[in-house]
Design a protein around this ligand. Structure first.
Ligand SMILES: NC(=O)C1=CN([C@@H]2O[C@H](COP(=O)(O)OP(=O)(O)OC[C@H]3O[C@@H](n4cnc5c(N)ncnc54)[C@H](OP(=O)(O)O)[C@@H]3O)[C@@H](O)[C@H]2O)C=CC1
Ligand SMILES: Cc1cc2nc3c(=O)[nH]c(=O)nc-3n(C[C@H](O)[C@H](O)[C@H](O)COP(=O)(O)O)c2cc1C
Length: 243
């Protein structure tokens, strides 16, 4: 398993870990919040892919996968007077919107960031949501899944660097979901149905052995190959959670 580390910030994790017997919560974050958008469909596709994987790959410590949509937690442009790294309790934040966001993120033990590429970077919405907090993210495992015309690799690399700055345990290999063609890019931009459910409903997103034996139709499903990459990267995330 490969992890990106930040030795300059090699200090104790401040967020309270979940008790050993407790079910961990892994948040799958929808990083865009424009209307319309493709982000909710793509993050749901990632979530369903991970749920299929969960059925065939039991973890020693149980976990729950939950969609976390930034649109459901709107935050103004960063306006707290304090520096988040100096804050260790939600009650110390000035604004109710920050306290609610802090309590929500504190209740999760790991994250999958599903981000589009905007002008060769990640969207401001996720940077703003990240910047509000520090200790709530610190030390927790994180995986980046990006999407875009070329797979969003530039956004993913930049986001990984930011997450390292928060001293998160970042899975080294991000997954890039490349839009297969121009019509797909246009549909995504308009928030039209991308037909991604078929990828999980038809069952090709299972264990590696199943993926090897998929029929031609399933192989042609959008991101059939990438689901295997999502699975491999997610296994690294779960291993970090259990370590
Ligand atoms: N503000 C807006 O609305 C914007 C919309 N877009 C939309 O997104 C589409 C894709 O845009 P864009 O990503 O800028 O790419 P483009 O399709 O404009 O490609 C620009 C060049 O950058 C390279 N490139 C782009 N992204 C990557 C990457 N992740 N990794 C490596 N090389 C990369 C391409 O290389 P190669 O040809 O070798 O792949 C290409 O030579 C555009 O066609 C446009 O429709 C893009 C930017 C802004
Ligand atoms: C402001 C903006 C900038 C974009 N820049 C890029 C880009 O640099 N590379 C790319 O491949 N696609 C780019 N796109 C296309 C998006 O990847 C595509 O529209 C995707 O659906 C955006 O995610 P969303 O629908 O969840 O907002 C851009 C889209 C927007 C709105």
């Amino acid at each position: 398993m490969s992890v990106l580390t930040n030795s300059a910030l090699d200090c104790a994790v401040d967020a309270t870990p979940a008790p050993q017997h407790a079910r961990s919560k892994i948040g799958v974050i929808v990083c865009s919040q424009r209307e319309p958008r493709a982000g909710d469909q793509i993050a749901t596709f990632v979530l369903e892919t991970l749920r299929e994987l969960q059925k065939t790959n039991p973890s020693p410590r149980p976990y729950e996968l939950i969609l976390l949509d930034l649109k459901d937690h709107p935050l103004p442009m960063y306006n707290e007077p304090a520096i988040p790294s100096q804050i260790h309790s939600a009650s110390e934040y000035k604004y109710p919107h920050t306290r609610a966001w802090s309590e929500l993120i504190s209740s999760f033990q790991a994250f999958v960031f599903v981000t589009p590429q905007y002008n060769w970077g990640y969207p401001a919405s996720i940077k703003n949501a990240i910047d509000y907090l520090f200790n709530e993210w610190k030390g927790k495992p994180a995986l980046v899944v990006s999407y875009g015309g070329h797979g969003g690799g530039k956004a993913a690399a930049q986001l990984q660097q930011v997450l390292q700055g928060l001293d998160m345990q970042v899975v080294k290999d991000f997954v890039g979901l490349k839009f297969p063609d121009r019509p797909f890019l246009v549909k995504a931009a308009k928030g039209h149905d991308l037909g991604l459910q078929a990828a999980t409903d038809e069952g090709h997103v299972k264990a590696d052995a199943v993926i090897e034996s998929v029929d031609e139709k399933q192989k042609d499903a959008v991101w059939a190959k990438e689901t295997k990459e999502i699975g491999a990267a997610f296994r690294d995330l779960v291993a970090l959670l259990n370590s």
